[in-house]
Design a protein around this ligand. Structure first.
Ligand SMILES: [Zn+2]
Length: 475
Protein backbone atom coordinates (compact mmCIF):
# COMPACT_ATOMS: atom_id res chain seq x y z
CA UNK A 1 0.00 0.00 0.00
CA UNK A 2 1.30 3.43 -0.99
CA UNK A 3 0.85 5.94 1.80
CA UNK A 4 -1.19 8.96 0.64
CA UNK A 5 -1.19 12.21 2.58
CA UNK A 6 -3.78 14.88 1.90
CA UNK A 7 -4.02 18.29 3.54
CA UNK A 8 -6.57 21.04 3.00
CA UNK A 9 -6.76 24.82 2.98
CA UNK A 10 -10.36 25.91 3.13
CA UNK A 11 -11.32 29.54 2.48
CA UNK A 12 -14.62 30.52 3.93
CA UNK A 13 -16.19 33.98 3.53
CA UNK A 14 -17.82 35.44 6.63
CA UNK A 15 -20.98 36.40 4.72
CA UNK A 16 -22.84 36.88 8.01
CA UNK A 17 -21.10 40.25 8.37
CA UNK A 18 -22.52 43.57 7.14
CA UNK A 19 -19.29 45.21 5.99
CA UNK A 20 -15.88 44.21 4.66
CA UNK A 21 -12.89 43.44 6.90
CA UNK A 22 -11.19 46.85 6.85
CA UNK A 23 -13.73 49.31 5.40
CA UNK A 24 -17.45 50.11 5.42
CA UNK A 25 -18.19 48.67 1.95
CA UNK A 26 -20.83 45.95 1.91
CA UNK A 27 -19.84 42.38 2.53
CA UNK A 28 -22.58 41.28 0.12
CA UNK A 29 -21.05 42.04 -3.29
CA UNK A 30 -23.06 39.46 -5.20
CA UNK A 31 -25.28 40.64 -8.03
CA UNK A 32 -23.82 44.15 -8.07
CA UNK A 33 -22.39 45.91 -11.11
CA UNK A 34 -18.59 45.42 -11.25
CA UNK A 35 -16.48 47.86 -9.24
CA UNK A 36 -19.41 49.61 -7.55
CA UNK A 37 -18.83 48.13 -4.07
CA UNK A 38 -15.42 49.70 -3.49
CA UNK A 39 -13.81 52.59 -1.63
CA UNK A 40 -10.28 54.03 -1.37
CA UNK A 41 -9.42 51.47 1.37
CA UNK A 42 -10.41 48.24 -0.40
CA UNK A 43 -9.16 49.47 -3.75
CA UNK A 44 -5.79 50.08 -2.11
CA UNK A 45 -5.27 53.77 -2.79
CA UNK A 46 -2.13 55.24 -1.20
CA UNK A 47 -2.60 57.01 2.12
CA UNK A 48 -5.67 55.05 3.25
CA UNK A 49 -5.77 53.22 6.58
CA UNK A 50 -7.53 49.94 7.36
CA UNK A 51 -10.06 49.91 10.22
CA UNK A 52 -10.59 46.40 11.58
CA UNK A 53 -14.17 45.02 11.68
CA UNK A 54 -14.58 43.82 15.27
CA UNK A 55 -17.38 41.38 14.47
CA UNK A 56 -15.06 39.65 12.01
CA UNK A 57 -12.70 38.98 14.91
CA UNK A 58 -15.66 37.61 16.93
CA UNK A 59 -16.71 35.34 14.06
CA UNK A 60 -13.19 34.06 13.39
CA UNK A 61 -12.73 33.35 17.11
CA UNK A 62 -16.05 31.46 17.18
CA UNK A 63 -14.89 29.31 14.26
CA UNK A 64 -11.58 28.66 16.06
CA UNK A 65 -13.40 27.61 19.24
CA UNK A 66 -15.79 25.38 17.28
CA UNK A 67 -12.77 23.66 15.69
CA UNK A 68 -11.37 23.18 19.20
CA UNK A 69 -8.39 25.46 18.52
CA UNK A 70 -6.39 27.42 21.02
CA UNK A 71 -7.24 31.11 20.70
CA UNK A 72 -4.26 33.27 21.76
CA UNK A 73 -4.46 36.30 24.05
CA UNK A 74 -3.13 38.59 21.34
CA UNK A 75 -3.33 38.54 17.57
CA UNK A 76 -1.56 40.52 14.88
CA UNK A 77 -2.00 41.06 11.18
CA UNK A 78 0.71 40.69 8.55
CA UNK A 79 1.32 41.82 5.01
CA UNK A 80 1.72 39.00 2.54
CA UNK A 81 3.44 40.66 -0.39
CA UNK A 82 2.76 39.58 -3.93
CA UNK A 83 2.15 41.34 -7.19
CA UNK A 84 -1.00 40.18 -8.87
CA UNK A 85 -3.82 42.14 -10.37
CA UNK A 86 -6.56 40.73 -8.09
CA UNK A 87 -4.89 42.58 -5.20
CA UNK A 88 -4.78 46.35 -5.74
CA UNK A 89 -2.49 47.03 -2.74
CA UNK A 90 0.10 44.46 -3.93
CA UNK A 91 -0.15 42.82 -0.54
CA UNK A 92 -2.86 40.93 1.32
CA UNK A 93 -3.54 41.65 4.98
CA UNK A 94 -3.55 38.25 6.62
CA UNK A 95 -2.15 36.48 9.68
CA UNK A 96 1.07 34.59 10.22
CA UNK A 97 2.69 32.65 13.03
CA UNK A 98 5.84 34.51 14.10
CA UNK A 99 7.51 36.19 17.08
CA UNK A 100 5.50 33.97 19.43
CA UNK A 101 2.19 35.39 18.22
CA UNK A 102 -0.06 33.04 16.30
CA UNK A 103 -3.08 33.47 14.06
CA UNK A 104 -6.52 33.54 15.65
CA UNK A 105 -6.73 29.74 16.08
CA UNK A 106 -4.09 26.99 16.29
CA UNK A 107 -3.82 23.27 17.12
CA UNK A 108 -7.45 22.26 16.82
CA UNK A 109 -9.18 19.01 16.04
CA UNK A 110 -12.34 18.01 14.17
CA UNK A 111 -14.00 14.61 14.50
CA UNK A 112 -16.08 13.31 11.63
CA UNK A 113 -17.60 9.82 11.60
CA UNK A 114 -15.12 7.65 13.48
CA UNK A 115 -12.14 9.64 12.21
CA UNK A 116 -10.49 12.85 13.26
CA UNK A 117 -8.27 15.50 11.66
CA UNK A 118 -5.95 18.02 13.28
CA UNK A 119 -6.36 21.69 12.46
CA UNK A 120 -3.02 23.44 12.04
CA UNK A 121 -4.34 26.99 12.08
CA UNK A 122 -7.28 29.29 11.48
CA UNK A 123 -6.52 32.76 10.16
CA UNK A 124 -8.49 35.87 9.36
CA UNK A 125 -7.65 37.68 6.12
CA UNK A 126 -9.09 39.67 3.25
CA UNK A 127 -10.44 38.20 0.02
CA UNK A 128 -8.81 39.44 -3.20
CA UNK A 129 -10.82 40.78 -6.15
CA UNK A 130 -12.24 38.59 -8.86
CA UNK A 131 -10.71 38.03 -12.30
CA UNK A 132 -13.09 37.29 -15.13
CA UNK A 133 -11.57 35.68 -18.19
CA UNK A 134 -14.11 37.09 -20.56
CA UNK A 135 -12.56 36.67 -23.99
CA UNK A 136 -9.29 35.33 -25.22
CA UNK A 137 -8.01 38.92 -25.53
CA UNK A 138 -8.97 40.48 -22.20
CA UNK A 139 -9.10 39.65 -18.53
CA UNK A 140 -11.63 41.76 -16.63
CA UNK A 141 -11.28 42.61 -12.98
CA UNK A 142 -13.97 43.27 -10.40
CA UNK A 143 -12.85 44.60 -7.00
CA UNK A 144 -16.30 44.29 -5.39
CA UNK A 145 -15.07 41.22 -3.52
CA UNK A 146 -11.71 42.73 -2.51
CA UNK A 147 -11.54 43.12 1.26
CA UNK A 148 -14.39 40.74 2.16
CA UNK A 149 -13.57 38.83 5.38
CA UNK A 150 -12.19 35.39 4.77
CA UNK A 151 -11.30 32.70 7.28
CA UNK A 152 -8.66 30.25 6.15
CA UNK A 153 -8.71 26.84 7.83
CA UNK A 154 -5.53 24.80 7.34
CA UNK A 155 -5.51 21.11 8.28
CA UNK A 156 -2.57 18.82 8.96
CA UNK A 157 -2.07 16.31 6.12
CA UNK A 158 -4.11 13.73 8.04
CA UNK A 159 -6.35 12.45 5.26
CA UNK A 160 -5.53 9.28 3.36
CA UNK A 161 -8.69 8.96 1.28
CA UNK A 162 -10.70 11.40 -0.86
CA UNK A 163 -13.99 10.25 0.64
CA UNK A 164 -12.79 11.19 4.14
CA UNK A 165 -12.06 14.67 2.81
CA UNK A 166 -15.63 14.90 1.57
CA UNK A 167 -17.02 13.91 4.99
CA UNK A 168 -14.74 16.39 6.72
CA UNK A 169 -15.81 19.21 4.38
CA UNK A 170 -19.48 18.42 5.08
CA UNK A 171 -18.73 18.72 8.77
CA UNK A 172 -16.96 22.08 8.33
CA UNK A 173 -19.88 23.49 6.29
CA UNK A 174 -22.35 22.29 8.89
CA UNK A 175 -20.30 23.99 11.66
CA UNK A 176 -20.14 27.29 9.72
CA UNK A 177 -23.90 27.13 9.10
CA UNK A 178 -24.68 26.33 12.72
CA UNK A 179 -22.50 29.22 13.93
CA UNK A 180 -24.44 31.52 11.59
CA UNK A 181 -21.22 33.25 10.48
CA UNK A 182 -21.51 32.40 6.79
CA UNK A 183 -23.92 31.11 4.18
CA UNK A 184 -22.03 28.28 2.53
CA UNK A 185 -24.70 27.98 -0.15
CA UNK A 186 -23.64 31.23 -1.81
CA UNK A 187 -21.59 30.79 -4.96
CA UNK A 188 -17.86 31.02 -4.19
CA UNK A 189 -18.34 31.48 -0.45
CA UNK A 190 -16.43 28.29 0.38
CA UNK A 191 -13.37 27.36 -1.69
CA UNK A 192 -10.81 24.64 -1.15
CA UNK A 193 -7.14 24.08 -2.03
CA UNK A 194 -5.79 20.57 -1.52
CA UNK A 195 -2.27 19.21 -1.34
CA UNK A 196 -1.30 15.62 -2.02
CA UNK A 197 1.91 13.67 -1.53
CA UNK A 198 2.85 9.99 -1.76
CA UNK A 199 5.21 8.24 0.66
CA UNK A 200 6.44 11.51 2.12
CA UNK A 201 7.46 12.75 -1.37
CA UNK A 202 7.01 16.17 -2.95
CA UNK A 203 3.79 18.03 -2.29
CA UNK A 204 1.51 18.91 -5.18
CA UNK A 205 -1.09 21.58 -4.57
CA UNK A 206 -4.40 21.81 -6.41
CA UNK A 207 -5.81 25.34 -6.24
CA UNK A 208 -9.33 26.65 -5.89
CA UNK A 209 -11.40 23.61 -6.69
CA UNK A 210 -14.94 24.89 -7.27
CA UNK A 211 -17.17 22.43 -5.40
CA UNK A 212 -16.72 19.77 -2.75
CA UNK A 213 -17.69 17.00 -5.16
CA UNK A 214 -14.91 18.22 -7.44
CA UNK A 215 -12.46 18.09 -4.51
CA UNK A 216 -13.09 14.34 -4.27
CA UNK A 217 -12.70 13.90 -8.06
CA UNK A 218 -9.59 16.07 -8.28
CA UNK A 219 -7.96 14.09 -5.45
CA UNK A 220 -8.87 10.79 -7.09
CA UNK A 221 -7.27 11.90 -10.34
CA UNK A 222 -4.17 13.37 -8.70
CA UNK A 223 -3.48 10.28 -6.58
CA UNK A 224 -3.71 8.05 -9.64
CA UNK A 225 -1.44 10.42 -11.61
CA UNK A 226 1.24 10.41 -8.92
CA UNK A 227 1.05 6.64 -8.40
CA UNK A 228 1.45 6.06 -12.14
CA UNK A 229 4.47 8.39 -12.22
CA UNK A 230 6.16 6.72 -9.28
CA UNK A 231 5.62 3.25 -10.78
CA UNK A 232 7.40 4.49 -13.94
CA UNK A 233 10.16 6.12 -11.89
CA UNK A 234 9.25 9.62 -13.09
CA UNK A 235 10.06 12.33 -10.56
CA UNK A 236 7.06 14.05 -8.98
CA UNK A 237 7.72 17.79 -8.87
CA UNK A 238 6.53 20.17 -6.22
CA UNK A 239 4.06 22.30 -8.16
CA UNK A 240 0.70 24.00 -8.24
CA UNK A 241 -1.96 22.48 -10.44
CA UNK A 242 -5.56 23.35 -11.10
CA UNK A 243 -8.63 21.23 -11.70
CA UNK A 244 -9.99 21.27 -15.24
CA UNK A 245 -13.64 20.48 -14.64
CA UNK A 246 -14.47 19.94 -18.32
CA UNK A 247 -11.73 17.34 -18.88
CA UNK A 248 -11.75 15.95 -15.31
CA UNK A 249 -7.97 16.22 -14.96
CA UNK A 250 -5.52 18.35 -12.97
CA UNK A 251 -3.21 20.59 -15.03
CA UNK A 252 0.02 22.29 -14.13
CA UNK A 253 -0.45 26.00 -13.52
CA UNK A 254 2.84 27.32 -12.18
CA UNK A 255 5.95 26.23 -10.33
CA UNK A 256 5.48 26.37 -6.56
CA UNK A 257 6.45 29.62 -4.90
CA UNK A 258 8.31 29.19 -1.67
CA UNK A 259 6.92 30.70 1.53
CA UNK A 260 9.68 33.32 1.84
CA UNK A 261 8.76 34.79 -1.52
CA UNK A 262 5.89 36.53 0.23
CA UNK A 263 8.14 38.58 2.55
CA UNK A 264 5.66 38.60 5.40
CA UNK A 265 6.02 41.48 7.83
CA UNK A 266 3.73 42.88 10.55
CA UNK A 267 1.01 45.23 9.25
CA UNK A 268 2.09 48.60 10.64
CA UNK A 269 -1.39 50.17 10.28
CA UNK A 270 -3.19 47.73 12.59
CA UNK A 271 -2.16 47.53 16.27
CA UNK A 272 -1.86 44.24 18.13
CA UNK A 273 -5.37 43.07 19.09
CA UNK A 274 -5.77 41.91 22.69
CA UNK A 275 -8.39 39.18 23.06
CA UNK A 276 -7.95 37.69 26.53
CA UNK A 277 -9.98 35.49 28.85
CA UNK A 278 -12.91 37.84 29.34
CA UNK A 279 -13.44 38.13 25.61
CA UNK A 280 -13.26 34.36 25.18
CA UNK A 281 -15.63 33.50 28.01
CA UNK A 282 -18.24 35.99 26.82
CA UNK A 283 -17.90 34.53 23.34
CA UNK A 284 -18.25 30.98 24.64
CA UNK A 285 -21.44 31.97 26.43
CA UNK A 286 -22.86 33.28 23.14
CA UNK A 287 -21.90 30.23 21.04
CA UNK A 288 -24.92 28.56 19.42
CA UNK A 289 -25.49 24.81 19.47
CA UNK A 290 -22.92 23.04 17.28
CA UNK A 291 -23.50 19.97 15.09
CA UNK A 292 -21.96 17.48 17.58
CA UNK A 293 -24.08 18.78 20.46
CA UNK A 294 -27.15 18.85 18.28
CA UNK A 295 -26.60 15.25 17.26
CA UNK A 296 -26.35 14.11 20.87
CA UNK A 297 -29.58 15.99 21.59
CA UNK A 298 -31.31 14.33 18.59
CA UNK A 299 -30.25 10.89 19.89
CA UNK A 300 -31.54 11.63 23.37
CA UNK A 301 -34.52 13.88 22.86
CA UNK A 302 -36.04 12.20 19.79
CA UNK A 303 -34.42 8.75 20.10
CA UNK A 304 -33.35 8.81 16.47
CA UNK A 305 -30.80 6.33 15.17
CA UNK A 306 -27.18 7.39 14.86
CA UNK A 307 -27.31 7.22 11.06
CA UNK A 308 -30.51 9.23 10.70
CA UNK A 309 -29.27 11.90 13.15
CA UNK A 310 -26.01 12.17 11.23
CA UNK A 311 -27.73 12.65 7.87
CA UNK A 312 -29.92 15.38 9.35
CA UNK A 313 -27.10 17.17 11.17
CA UNK A 314 -24.76 17.10 8.17
CA UNK A 315 -27.00 19.69 6.59
CA UNK A 316 -28.38 22.40 8.83
CA UNK A 317 -31.36 23.05 6.54
CA UNK A 318 -32.41 19.43 6.88
CA UNK A 319 -32.00 19.39 10.66
CA UNK A 320 -33.96 22.66 10.94
CA UNK A 321 -36.70 21.28 8.69
CA UNK A 322 -36.95 18.20 10.91
CA UNK A 323 -37.26 20.25 14.10
CA UNK A 324 -39.82 22.64 12.62
CA UNK A 325 -41.93 19.64 11.59
CA UNK A 326 -41.69 18.08 15.04
CA UNK A 327 -42.81 21.39 16.55
CA UNK A 328 -46.05 21.14 14.56
CA UNK A 329 -46.63 17.40 15.03
CA UNK A 330 -44.72 16.03 17.99
CA UNK A 331 -46.10 12.45 18.24
CA UNK A 332 -43.75 10.73 15.78
CA UNK A 333 -40.29 12.30 15.54
CA UNK A 334 -38.84 9.02 14.35
CA UNK A 335 -41.36 8.68 11.53
CA UNK A 336 -40.78 12.29 10.51
CA UNK A 337 -37.02 11.78 10.44
CA UNK A 338 -37.41 8.64 8.35
CA UNK A 339 -39.70 10.34 5.86
CA UNK A 340 -37.16 13.14 5.48
CA UNK A 341 -34.09 10.94 5.20
CA UNK A 342 -35.49 8.06 3.12
CA UNK A 343 -38.14 9.76 1.00
CA UNK A 344 -37.80 13.52 0.84
CA UNK A 345 -34.06 13.31 0.09
CA UNK A 346 -34.97 11.24 -2.96
CA UNK A 347 -36.57 14.32 -4.50
CA UNK A 348 -33.47 16.42 -4.01
CA UNK A 349 -31.00 16.04 -6.82
CA UNK A 350 -27.32 15.58 -6.19
CA UNK A 351 -26.30 18.98 -7.49
CA UNK A 352 -28.55 20.66 -4.91
CA UNK A 353 -27.09 18.41 -2.20
CA UNK A 354 -23.68 19.49 -3.38
CA UNK A 355 -24.48 23.21 -3.20
CA UNK A 356 -26.08 22.57 0.17
CA UNK A 357 -29.22 24.38 -0.99
CA UNK A 358 -31.49 21.41 -0.44
CA UNK A 359 -34.85 23.06 -0.59
CA UNK A 360 -34.34 25.45 -3.49
CA UNK A 361 -37.01 24.63 -6.06
CA UNK A 362 -38.97 22.39 -3.68
CA UNK A 363 -42.26 23.81 -2.45
CA UNK A 364 -42.47 21.67 0.67
CA UNK A 365 -42.63 23.23 4.16
CA UNK A 366 -42.72 21.76 7.66
CA UNK A 367 -46.53 22.04 7.87
CA UNK A 368 -46.85 19.73 4.82
CA UNK A 369 -44.56 17.08 6.28
CA UNK A 370 -46.31 17.29 9.67
CA UNK A 371 -49.74 16.72 8.16
CA UNK A 372 -48.51 13.92 5.90
CA UNK A 373 -46.94 11.92 8.73
CA UNK A 374 -50.01 12.50 10.90
CA UNK A 375 -52.27 11.15 8.13
CA UNK A 376 -50.13 7.99 7.87
CA UNK A 377 -50.15 7.60 11.67
CA UNK A 378 -53.92 7.83 11.71
CA UNK A 379 -54.24 5.29 8.90
CA UNK A 380 -56.00 7.81 6.67
CA UNK A 381 -53.54 6.94 3.93
CA UNK A 382 -51.03 4.13 3.45
CA UNK A 383 -47.35 4.64 2.69
CA UNK A 384 -47.63 4.25 -1.07
CA UNK A 385 -50.29 6.92 -1.26
CA UNK A 386 -48.27 9.08 1.12
CA UNK A 387 -45.24 8.82 -1.17
CA UNK A 388 -47.30 9.92 -4.14
CA UNK A 389 -48.71 12.82 -2.15
CA UNK A 390 -45.21 13.79 -1.02
CA UNK A 391 -44.04 13.88 -4.62
CA UNK A 392 -47.00 16.12 -5.46
CA UNK A 393 -46.41 18.52 -2.54
CA UNK A 394 -42.77 19.08 -3.40
CA UNK A 395 -43.90 20.37 -6.81
CA UNK A 396 -47.07 22.30 -5.91
CA UNK A 397 -46.83 23.24 -2.24
CA UNK A 398 -50.42 22.04 -1.66
CA UNK A 399 -51.46 20.61 1.71
CA UNK A 400 -51.52 16.77 1.81
CA UNK A 401 -55.24 16.67 2.73
CA UNK A 402 -56.03 18.81 -0.28
CA UNK A 403 -53.97 16.58 -2.58
CA UNK A 404 -55.71 13.55 -1.13
CA UNK A 405 -59.15 15.02 -1.82
CA UNK A 406 -58.10 15.81 -5.34
CA UNK A 407 -56.77 12.33 -5.94
CA UNK A 408 -59.87 10.87 -4.38
CA UNK A 409 -57.36 8.45 -3.09
CA UNK A 410 -59.56 6.25 -0.99
CA UNK A 411 -58.11 2.78 -1.55
CA UNK A 412 -59.69 0.52 -4.10
CA UNK A 413 -60.19 -2.73 -2.26
CA UNK A 414 -62.70 -4.19 -4.67
CA UNK A 415 -61.18 -7.37 -6.06
CA UNK A 416 -63.16 -6.99 -9.25
CA UNK A 417 -61.67 -3.61 -10.10
CA UNK A 418 -58.14 -4.67 -9.16
CA UNK A 419 -58.47 -7.90 -11.16
CA UNK A 420 -59.45 -5.89 -14.18
CA UNK A 421 -56.32 -3.78 -13.86
CA UNK A 422 -54.22 -6.95 -13.44
CA UNK A 423 -55.76 -8.50 -16.57
CA UNK A 424 -54.76 -5.52 -18.61
CA UNK A 425 -51.20 -5.42 -17.22
CA UNK A 426 -50.71 -9.15 -17.85
CA UNK A 427 -51.65 -8.49 -21.48
CA UNK A 428 -49.29 -5.53 -21.95
CA UNK A 429 -46.34 -6.91 -19.96
CA UNK A 430 -45.98 -10.44 -21.36
CA UNK A 431 -42.20 -10.61 -20.90
CA UNK A 432 -42.44 -9.51 -17.28
CA UNK A 433 -45.16 -12.10 -16.65
CA UNK A 434 -42.94 -14.89 -18.05
CA UNK A 435 -40.16 -13.57 -15.83
CA UNK A 436 -42.33 -13.51 -12.75
CA UNK A 437 -43.33 -17.14 -13.27
CA UNK A 438 -39.65 -18.14 -12.96
CA UNK A 439 -38.75 -15.64 -10.28
CA UNK A 440 -41.43 -14.70 -7.73
CA UNK A 441 -39.53 -11.49 -6.82
CA UNK A 442 -40.32 -10.11 -10.26
CA UNK A 443 -43.98 -9.97 -9.25
CA UNK A 444 -43.24 -6.64 -7.61
CA UNK A 445 -42.61 -5.14 -11.02
CA UNK A 446 -46.11 -6.18 -12.08
CA UNK A 447 -47.48 -4.76 -8.83
CA UNK A 448 -45.80 -1.46 -9.65
CA UNK A 449 -47.51 -1.43 -13.05
CA UNK A 450 -50.90 -2.15 -11.46
CA UNK A 451 -50.37 0.66 -8.96
CA UNK A 452 -49.46 2.97 -11.83
CA UNK A 453 -52.56 2.05 -13.79
CA UNK A 454 -54.84 2.65 -10.81
CA UNK A 455 -53.16 5.93 -9.92
CA UNK A 456 -51.78 4.33 -6.76
CA UNK A 457 -55.27 3.63 -5.48
CA UNK A 458 -55.28 -0.16 -5.54
CA UNK A 459 -54.71 -1.79 -2.14
CA UNK A 460 -51.20 -3.17 -2.77
CA UNK A 461 -51.68 -6.20 -0.48
CA UNK A 462 -54.80 -7.38 -2.27
CA UNK A 463 -53.25 -6.63 -5.65
CA UNK A 464 -50.08 -8.63 -4.91
CA UNK A 465 -52.10 -11.62 -3.70
CA UNK A 466 -54.21 -11.56 -6.83
CA UNK A 467 -51.08 -11.31 -9.02
CA UNK A 468 -49.46 -14.28 -7.26
CA UNK A 469 -52.63 -16.38 -7.52
CA UNK A 470 -52.94 -15.58 -11.18
CA UNK A 471 -49.25 -16.47 -11.81
CA UNK A 472 -49.68 -19.75 -9.91
CA UNK A 473 -52.65 -20.94 -11.97
CA UNK A 474 -51.12 -19.93 -15.30
CA UNK A 475 -49.74 -22.63 -17.58
ZN1 LIG B 1 -14.16 49.48 0.78
Amino acid sequence: MVEVKIGLEIHCQLTGLQSKLFCACQCDYRGRAPNTNICPICSGLPGTLPLLNQRAVDFASMISLALRCKVPDKVMFYRKNYFYLDLPKNFQITQYNAYGITSIGVEGRVDYGIKSTKIRRVQLEEDPGRLIYDTSFYTLIDYNRAGVSLVEIVTEPDFAEPKDVRMFLNKITSIIEHLGVGDTKLDGSVRCDVNVSLEGGKRVEIKNVGSFKDVEKALGYEITRQKTMSVRDIEIKSETRHWDDARKVTKQSRAKEEEEDYRYFPEPDIPTIVLGNEFLSSLKAKMPELPDERKIRFLKEYELSDHVSQVLIDNKDLADFFESTVKIYSSSPNEIANWIVSDLLGFIDDSKMEEGSLFSGLRIEAKHMAELVKMVDQNIINRNIAKMILSQITKTGEMPSYVLDKMNASLIDSKAIISEAIESIFKSEKAAVRDAKQNPNAANFLLGKVMQLTGGRADPKIALNLIKTKLAIME
